[in-house]
Design a protein around this ligand. Structure first.
Ligand code: AVJ
Length: 288
């Protein structure tokens, strides 16, 4: 068996001194849980890009079709996946020679790490429906952080996946090629690489199901047998057969639930251009 614990690759993500404590807390909970941000090392970011091209995964292509192409003078892409981000920045500079691209490496659940000065008015964009990965209190904190960085003339553009037929949502997270399953298991490789853990990704199964009460799809990694995982500094983590780690929630919204989030963060909905067929939407927010 390959030793997944020891590799010499450089860190591909934002340095994260709090990672071990966060992983420890998540794995100590009755429902073991890890943050979906740990999907995104180089491989995880590439897998997510592959997901965006899957026939079942409708969000990205719908969002792109909704966006009119107007070019800004300064683009500040923010991402937790550092190597992937700098590759994207180089590619954008080649594609749009007139555009200033200033990438910011950040864990947006903690800070935005914006440049000190930016041309205004600025459009803050949070696309893909990623707001759905945050539990309501964290979603409000994130939007409030954006709101605090906005000037009066700035606007906020957010992609939101909307409530729809359960089968269509579940298919988008259980694609027939197994890319989402590999994306899900990649989180274990991230923990092996960054914490020296010894997860065997083959011993965990991908599961994704929709919860109609909380309006979210949940992704889990289900332990296929009784096993003990070793995480240096944390010790042995036992798993029962069938026990899962929740690795992601992806909440689906409607106009009322977006409006409630915006209210709590000091934003108001200025426009609501959606694709009613999917449905998937964009929302334009302004400071209240
Ligand atoms: C990148 C957060 C928008 O929640 O749909 C794709 C990640 N997870 N397939 C989402 C994801 C499973 C995606 N976001």
């Amino acid at each position: 068996m390959p030793n997944l614990a020891r590799t010499t690759r450089p860190l591909e993500r934002v340095p994260n001194p709090g990672m071990l404590a966060e992983v420890a807390a998540g794995l100590a909970a009755p429902q073991k849980e890890l943050s979906p941000k740990y999907f995104y090392d180089q491989r995880g970011s590439e897998l997510f890009e592959a997901i965006t091209r899957l026939p079942e995964y409708y969000p990205t292509r719908t969002e792109r079709a909704l966006l009119a192409t107007g070019l800004a003078e300064l683009y500040v892409p923010i991402d937790v996946s550092a190597t992937f981000l700098s590759q994207t920045a180089s590619q954008l500079r080649r594609e749009y020679p007139g555009l200033a691209v200033e990438p910011a490496i950040a864990d947006i659940s903690v800070e935005l790490n914006l440049p000190r000065r930016m041309p205004r008015p600025a459009l803050f964009a949070f696309l893909g429906g990623t707001i759905g990965n945050f539990y309501p209190p964290a979603a409000i904190r994130l939007l409030a952080r954006v709101r605090a960085a906005m000037g009066p003339g700035d606007r906020f553009l957010m992609g939101v996946d909307l409530r729809k037929d359960i089968a269509r949502i579940e298919a988008a997270y259980n694609d027939s090629q197994g890319v989402t399953a590999e994306f899900n298991r990649n989180m274990l490789l991230v923990l092996n690489h960054e914490l020296g853990a010894d997860f065997d990704p083959r011993a965990f199964e991908h599961r994704a199901f929709y919860d109609t009460v909380t309006h979210r799809i949940e992704m889990h990694l289900v332990s296929s047998r009784t096993q003990v995982v070793e995480i240096p500094g944390l010790g042995p983590v036992p798993f029962a057969a069938g026990e899962s780690i929740r690795t992601e929630i992806s909440t689906k919204y409607d106009r009322a639930s977006v409006s409630a989030l915006f209210d709590a963060a000091g934003l108001r909905i200025e426009a609501w251009p959606i694709d009613p067929a999917t449905p998937f939407g964009l929302v334009v927010g302004a400071p209240e």
